[in-house]
Write a protein of this length. Sequence first.
Length: 263
Amino acid sequence: MQINPGAAEFPHRQIAAQLRARIRQGDWAAGERLPSIPAIAEMFGVAKQTVQRAIDQLRVEGVLITKPGSGTYVRGTRRRLNRLSRGRYGGFRGYHADLAARYRQQLTEVGRAPAPPEVADAFGVSDGTELLVRRHLVRTEDAPVEIGAAWFRVTDAAGTSLERAEAFGRPLYQEAEEEIGRRYVSASDQISARQPSREEAELLQIRPDTPVLHLLHVARDQAGKPIEVSQATWPGPMTTLTEEYRIPAPAPEADPDPGLVLG
């Protein structure tokens, strides 16, 4: 392995590209530890700081994971999530069995809090308006993969089970439909990429410079009025969002008007 001093690309990026290529070709398998930073620096004939920058880049990309006191390892496969509106509601408006099998959701907080700007905009209320929020953390066996919050109007949720700090034996939207008395009819998802807040980085156990994907989900009733506004945040490099759907067949061409003369 070597770098090209005359190349336009920075040395640490050249090293990152070569390490990434070797991982892809199977030189280091998922879960396998890489050589130490001094050893890699000797391979490339560069300073340890240059290798550290390359390792940091691959960590941000989700290719590597560093375990303090142990070393740097190849991360396993990217986490494949289907958490858009269709995936959330599952087949036949029931529990999404695939998600339930792979992820564990922990309720972390239930109470009233001021609405953040994006939630306030979705509800059509002023920033800081008091709303009911239910916060959660989703984990796989080895790491947290999502932090989220579901917001409701206090006028809708006051005095209902939604205010209780307990999990339900069914999806939240089904509980909300019964307690609020309005059915979820349509939903929209808005996804953006950004840097995490300090709290998000700590909860997701990622570096502060690791980008995250953020979802704003708005569920509405028959009249188009929001029932629930929810947020979800995932570590971007380790997350793949997927949604499968059918593509409509071309519409049949209409027969020409028999009274129309062509040509």
